[in-house]
Design a protein around this ligand. Structure first.
Ligand code: SAM
Length: 250
């Protein structure tokens, strides 16, 4: 077919035929364009969120999570729901958990970041997963706290959680899942999908005030006791930095 014939079948957009066609469908108003844009954004947000949740609920039962958390299914489900919402909405900032124990709940958060990375509708935002813990148990119990624990969990003496191997054990659990650990001697599989895992070992009042955390997207407070916690302005919600807080106790 000659180029003249081709032009007949596929006229240039600026040809009079095309102009006539476009006159018959009036251009969208700015308002309609805005509504369509919002609708598209909403649809991708929904697609991303339901993708993360669909993958996240089975992840709660993953051995790497289950064997390393004392948090029950109800609260783990809260984590999936809240964190997937933060990830789908593209809220900037990191995951911070104060009181990580063996790291299972933070592991779930890291896995959800991975799940978000493999869906085209999910915003691509770099995340850091911060694990703050003494990694050697609870602070010494104050006399005035005696009998205050209503959750059924006994306030264990200092050091009682340290039998599991502390920070080295938790690092090894994340390494086994090929997460990148900042500051570790060996950094495994470095892919764009993987969040960075950072440890803040020590008592909260020593580590949190100077932690190099820029923005917090979700803060999970699971430290059992207020003893050795930094004063509220640093740990509790700073509205401009904090998108969501999941407070379990204290
Ligand atoms: C309830 S456990 C955390 C459970 C954990 N989120 C999970 O997924 O299983 C409380 C943790 O907080 C830590 N902790 C409590 N008070 C602390 C403090 N003031 N500073 C540092 N760590 C503390 C303890 O070492 C313990 O591992």
């Amino acid at each position: 077919m000659s180029s003249t014939a081709l032009k007949h079948f596929f006229p240039h957009p600026s040809s009079s035929h095309h102009a006539r066609m476009s006159h018959s469908s009036p251009p969208k108003s700015e308002r309609q364009e805005y509504i369509d844009k919002l609708q598209n954004k909403f649809n991708s947000m929904e697609a991303c969120r339901s993708h993360i949740r669909q993958k996240g609920y089975p992840m709660m039962l993953n051995d790497a999570v289950k064997h390393n958390t004392m948090v029950g299914d109800g609260r783990l489900k809260d984590v999936v729901n809240l964190w997937s919402d933060v990830l789908a909405r593209g809220v900037a900032g990191d995951w911070v958990e104060t009181g990580t124990y063996k790291g299972g709940t933070s592991m779930l958060a890291a896995m959800l970041v991975r799940a978000a990375a493999d869906h085209p509708s999910c915003p691509r935002i770099h995340r850091t997963i911060w694990l703050a813990d003494s990694f050697e148990g609870l602070p010494a119990k104050r006399a005035e706290d005696a009998g205050k624990d209503k959750g059924g969990l006994q306030m264990d003496p200092a050091g009682s959680y340290s039998g599991y191997g502390g920070v080295a054990y938790v690092r090894s659990q994340f390494s086994r899942q090929s997460f990148r650990i900042r500051g570790a001697a060996t950094i495994s599989a470095n892919t764009r999908a993987n969040p960075v895992i950072r440890f803040l070992p020590g008592w909260f009042n020593a580590t949190i005030p100077s932690a190099p955390i820029d923005k917090i997207a979700l803060l999970r407070l699971d430290g059992d006791m207020c003893e050795r916690c930094p004063p509220p302005p640093r740990l509790a919600a700073c509205p401009q930095h904090l998108a969501a807080a999941h407070v379990t106790r204290c």
